[in-house]
Design a protein around this ligand. Structure first.
Ligand code: MOS
Length: 734
């Protein structure tokens, strides 16, 4: 490998900086009409809409309401397969089950006219008592059928007995709030029918998933649907499944006989497109006098909608992170009149590790054991839940490297003991982890007579660097200079790739690109051996190597080499090869996870309770890095979001009507530059021969995990105050 591992600049960086990378809403089509979505303002009831004046407004092409929307096969539920296939709101009936549900779509020749007409809709409701208060609803929680394809509950050993016999024990309840994804690019779809074929430009993490979902929902064949998405302005999970607006745009385009563009506005990002649900997490830990855990219980109650049993899997991380003699975990969900929650960066691990890492810190404090030492004493040498060895685990090295860089040994162990003027100073740490996932993927290489290659896989680039790293892998595999390789993705007609979710794109797609690239190299070698004009004519196939645009006889004389360009020019034809790669049985023999250690310094204003985070050091063991630069950016982005989760992010629900109150970027606070201090990222060397041929673990999500825990622990160390409810805002510290 030559390019793989290098910190190359993004191949799409220049396009993006110049504004030339087209995002979904930036495509256009002749006669394109514009649609706007109207969302409900009550949480439960039935809706009636008088559309007469809107329909008569200038430029209006269609007003779709529950009263006139054509019925879909199975009432629009044909594609339902939670959690990947959503129960959507497709105007099939007049029932409202949450505030923010789509209730009408107005299509006009311009966006302004559509918006204007939407305001003319006369909406009335018959309302019913809605369940929007988690504190009440949690009393009626139920067990979901499964959590991440595992049982919602787990048990080993006798936790009650171990707790009773523990030298020290703690019991605490933590909560995490509703949080909303706010990618720079909101959801957007352009739907265009060409006869009975549908073309969608959609901002999505899963082009082939949208294709399947929309085809099933509309009752047409998947081959009739094409989904195109060359660029995504951030997804973080909310674009991992097709929500109502995508199907509605397709239905509207069919109805008006014109292409239709539908873009959600920022406030609607807090509506029918998912969120991280509120969780309440009960932790009970018991330890022997030496600090080793004898009992762990982690019980989770989370919100879900009345439409779907979606589970925030917060206790899954507890099943594998630390060794303990006995352990129970449970997940319960409570159905409420809220929008269906969904995947949000490290669903489960982000929220669950906050509770687990704080609880462990509380126990360490009670036992007067250094928090880092506490984690080392409970180090899991193998996966304690699955009882399988880890394919690799460099967490010990992460603790060591992170602690050294951070200066952990200088920490005064007593809480509220360190000061800098009016600032109380605190140092805290936590573990980070995220599973290494992988799915089947396919890729294609097309070599042209000019000696360049186009490589395709129907994956997505969420802004993370997929284009760049796949170009690196392809160039190395084929043996071409990187500037002679163009990687394409984001089109459902390309070879199939999985959802860009679960941190799995690199682990899934790069082995397919590698396989296709190696197959192309093999074809080139065949060509040379069979070509009487080639210096490699009748050469020994296993002695020919490829790299940097040349085929060479290994150890042979310099004359026995030829450029791929010359070879392809003589061949004068296109060579197209496909490759595929899929996981084998390794998950049965190994537990596969990335790990890390996060160290945070906080400063808390003694009078005002303001929390600042001047410094974070984080060390990760994530296998091979395909591109050190994009990887660094990914991890840093996750850490920044972790700061947001710890200190700022929370969507407030109005308990009178179930509406999110702060559905905008002025009042839903995310960290900005001034909120972020120094972030120092260490990637420790780690070789993993099991997970995939590139030895690369996913890095999309691990960055957010452990950060809120480390900051919460640092706030305790600074102040002696334990804030168990995120976010840690100043009112809770005053
Ligand atoms: Mo990620 S929350 O799996 O898109």
């Amino acid at each position: 490998m030559n390019y793989v591992g290098q910190g190359l600049d993004r191949s799409d960086g220049r396009l993006k900086v110049c504004g030339a990378a087209p995002y979904a809403a930036e495509f256009t089509a002749p006669r394109m009409a514009h649609a706007v979505l109207l969302l409900s303002t009550v949480a439960k009831g039935r809706v009636r809409i008088d559309a007469a004046s809107a329909e008569a407004a200038p430029g209006v092409l269609a007003v779709m309401t529950p009263a006139n929307t054509p019925p879909l096969p199975q009432g629009g539920k044909a594609a339902v397969n939670p959690p990947a296939g959503r129960v959507l709101s497709l105007l099939q009936d007049d029932v409202v089950s949450y505030n923010g549900q789509p209730i009408a779509l107005v299509v006009a020749d311009t966006l302004e006219r559509a918006t204007d007409a939407m305001r003319m809709l006369k909406v009335s409701y018959t309302t019913a008592d809605a369940s929007v208060d988690f504190e009440k609803a949690k009393l009626e929680a139920h067990a979901p059928a499964q959590v991440n394809r595992e049982s919602p509950d787990s048990a080993r050993g006798d936790v009650a007995k171990a707790l009773a016999g523990a030298a020290s024990r703690i019991e605490a309840r933590y909560t995490t709030p509703v949080e909303h994804h706010n990618p720079m690019e909101p959801h957007a779809t352009i739907a265009e029918w060409n006869g009975d074929r549908l073309i969608l430009h959609d901002s999505t993490q899963y082009v082939s998933g949208v294709k399947e979902t929309i085809a099933k929902t509309l009752g047409i064949g998947p081959e009739q649907v094409t989904v195109i998405c060359p660029y995504v302005g951030g997804g973080f999970g909310c674009k991992g499944s097709a929500w109502s607006h995508v199907t509605l745009a397709a239905m509207a385009a069919r109805q008006v006989g014109r292409p239709v563009k539908l873009v959600l506005d920022r406030t609607q990002m807090f509506g029918p497109v998912g969120n991280r649900p509120r969780t309440e997490q009960s932790l009970r830990l018991g330890a022997a006098a030496d600090g080793r855990l004898s009992a762990v219980h982690h019980g989770v109650v989370a919100e879900t909608s009345v439409l779907e049993d979606w589970v925030e899997p917060s206790a899954i991380v507890t099943r594998m992170l630390y060794a303990s003699e006995s352990q129970t975990t449970s997940h319960r969900i409570t159905k409420m009149n809220v929008g269906t929650p969904t995947f949000m960066r490290a669903p489960g691990e982000a929220s669950g590790s906050y509770a687990l890492e704080c609880a462990l810190d509380e126990l360490a404090e009670q036992m007067k054991i250094d928090p880092l030492e506490m984690r080392l004493r409970n180090y899991a040498e193998q996966d304690p839940g699955k009882r399988l060895p880890f394919s690799s685990k460099a967490l010990r090295e992460c603790y060591r490297a992170g602690a050294e860089r951070f200066g952990w040994s200088l920490r005064d162990t007593r809480p509220a003991s360190m000061r800098d003027g009016r600032w109380q100073v605190g140092l805290g740490m936590a573990s980070a982890t995220y599973p290494t996932n992988r799915s089947p993927a396919e890729a294609l290489v097309r070599l042209t007579p000019d000696g360049t290659a186009v490589v395709q896989s129907g994956s997505q680039d969420l802004g993370t660097g997929t284009y760049t790293v796949m170009t690196q892998v392809a160039a190395d595999a084929i043996g071409l200079p990187i500037e002679r390789v163009r990687f394409e993705l984001g089109d459902s007609r390309m070879p199939k790739a999985p959802v860009s979710g679960g941190s799995q794109s690199v682990a899934s797609v790069s082995p397919a690109v590698l396989a296709a690239g190696l197959a192309a190299r093999s074809k080139l070698i065949d060509l040379a051996i069979a070509d009487a004009q080639s210096p490699l004519y009748q050469g020994r196939r296993d002695a020919i190597e490829a790299g940097d645009g040349w085929l060479r006889l290994r150890g042979g004389d310099a004359a026995r080499a030829e450029s791929i360009e010359a070879l392809m020019a003589r061949a004068g034809q296109v060579i197209e090869v496909r490759g595929e790669a899929k996981p084998g049985d390794e998950k049965k023999a190994y537990s596969m996870h990335a790990f890390g250690a996060v160290f945070a310094e906080v400063r808390v204003d003694q009078d005002l309770g303001i929390v600042r985070v001047p410094r974070i050091v984080a060390a990760y063991g994530v296998g091979n890095l395909l591109n050190a630069k994009t990887a660094h950016s990914q991890l840093m982005g996750g850490i920044v979001w972790g700061v947001g989760m710890a200190l700022f992010e929370e969507t407030h629900r109005d308990l009178r009507n179930g509406r999110y109150i702060n559905g905008n970027l002025a009042e839903y606070h995310v960290p900005v530059n001034a909120d972020i201090g120094s972030i120092d990222i260490i990637v420790v060397p780690e070789t993993d021969r099991v997970i995939n041929p590139l030895g690369a673990k996913g890095i999309g999500e691990i960055g957010i995990t452990g950060v809120a825990g480390a900051i919460g622990n640092a706030v305790f160390h600074a102040t002696g105050r334990r804030i168990r409810d995120l976010p840690i805002t100043l009112d809770k510290l005053l």
